[in-house]
Design a protein around this ligand. Structure first.
Ligand code: PMP
Length: 429
């Protein structure tokens, strides 16, 4: 355990109540006390630059969001069975961000609930229960959603109604046409479901493939996959929990990068900037088919306080030009990381879109051997430099760079020079 007696006591206290269900970052976990903008502050007053947390997307403790939440909490906070203007204003503003056919909404409290509901809507619409997902996907924690989250059962066989396809990965398997390859593997998975007598309900993917290792390029690669899904009578569910709300810079939603129109969109994390919110947006007839078959009610989903938080988030994204900022600062950060890549053979790849960047660490660039141990060393090294970051991907060798969208070039410079210093200090470099 940690040497510092105060930290040791805090950790013991945590474990006493939560035991092995408590998941903490770092050997020496951080006692976090507060945060503002892109900075987080621990119990000793140490400041950390946050390049990890995509939930406080418009900035930690953003004053406009905090004010909206507290104003509404002081006025009305109730379940969702009354008419209320804030709730309807929010729904209209959110729905305006989608392509026209997607015109209705169910609000939830988490991304897991949203995906759970999406599976049920797709099941009701198609009469099938078979889903196709990518190899290292994570879509949430309910029983049904765990079944479609291969990263929750590494090394195990998928449940009977689930087929797993390789991610559309462009680093180790660049090939000629990533979109065609991805579509082919989905077609095979659908055929396999059908051979087993399982009706195909849909394809569920995170449109930036975050837990698969962050794959955004080439733009448009999802189009062929969506065509295959529709040709076989299934629905395309876009999980926008990670890329949504402007993070990818070029578009408000990750699916838009690929020029495709989902049948169902699920969202969460950044929606309330930390206030628990999720949702499903889809076509009215799909909601009708579901509600005709099932009584559905959500006590907290889309309550007035959540709606006020959500509205404030949409306002801030627009008023502060955060999408555009994500494009510009994200591009600048990727350039900086690629530039130090010239000096460090461990940087295998820098990829992504806007402020959603994957930094792939390898033993060397020729063999592309994944280097999770280097990723861990960099994560810990950056912590010493006061920077918070985490890893993803099937090998845990991809650093996920997803800072609050108010990140500036100065912040990007801090990250690039700290990465340079940490890689330089590694024994193998
Ligand atoms: N989908 C994706 C792509 C996610 O990354 C997550 C959370 N990591 C979820 C769904 C589940 O969201 P929540 O934790 O809010 O239930």
């Amino acid at each position: 355990g940690p040497a510092d007696p105060e930290l040791r006591a805090a950790l013991q206290r945590r474990m006493r109540s939560f035991g092995s269900s408590s998941v903490l970052f770092y050997q020496e976990p951080i006692r976090m006390v507060r945060a503002e903008g892109v900075w987080m502050i621990d119990a000793d007053g140490r400041r950390y630059l946050d390049v990890y947390n995509n939930v406080p997307s418009v900035g930690h403790s953003h004053p406009a969001v905090v004010a909206a939440i507290s104003r509404q909490a002081a006025q009305l906070n109730t379940h969702t069975r009354y008419l209320n203007d804030v709730v309807d204003s929010y729904a209209e503003r959110l729905l305006a961000t989608f392509p026209e056919p997607i015109s209705q909404l169910v609000l939830t409290c988490t991304g897991s609930e949203a995906n759970d509901l999406a599976l049920r809507i797709a099941g009701a619409a198609t009469g099938g229960c078979g889903f196709v997902v990518t190899e290292s996907a994570y879509h949430g924690n309910t029983t049904a959603v765990s079944d479609v989250s291969p990263s929750s059962w590494p090394g195990r066989q998928p449940p009977a109604h689930v087929r797993v396809v390789p991610a559309p990965e462009s680093f180790r398997d660049p090939g000629d046409d990533i979109g065609a390859r991805f579509a082919r593997s989905i077609e095979q998975a659908i055929a396999d479901l059908q051979r087993a007598g399982i009706g195909f309900a849909g394809l569920l993917v995170d449109t930036i493939f975050s837990s698969d290792g962050v794959y955004a390029d080439p733009p448009g690669f999802l189009a062929a996959a969506v065509d295959v899904v529709h040709a076989h009578g299934g629905l395309f569910i876009a999980d926008e929990v990670q890329p949504g709300f402007g993070r990818t810079g070029t578009a408000f939603w990750g699916f838009a990068r690929h020029g495709v129109e989902p049948d169902i969109v699920t969202m969460g994390k950044p929606m309330g900037n930390g206030f628990p919110m999720g949702g499903v947006a889809t076509r009215p007839e799909l909601i009708d088919r579901f509600t005709a078959a099932t009584k559905y009610f959500n006590t907290f989903g889309g309550n007035p306080v959540a709606a006020a938080a959500g509205l404030a988030v949409l306002d801030v994204i627009r008023d502060e030009g955060l999408m555009d900022n994500a494009s510009r600062v994200g591009g600048y950060l990727m350039d900086g990381l690629r530039e130090i890549g010239n000096r460090h053979i461990q940087i295998g790849d820098v990829r992504g879109s806007g402020l959603f960047i994957g930094l792939e660490l390898v033993r060397d660039r020729e063999t592309k051997t994944p280097a999770p141990e280097i990723a861990t060393a960099v994560i810990n090294g950056l912590r010493e430099h006061g920077i918070l970051i985490g890893a993803a991907g099937p090998f845990g060798s991809t650093l996920k760079i997803r800072p609050p969208l108010c990140f500036t070039r100065d912040h990007a410079d801090i990250v690039v020079s700290a990465c340079d210093a940490v890689l330089k200090a590694l024994p193998a470099d």
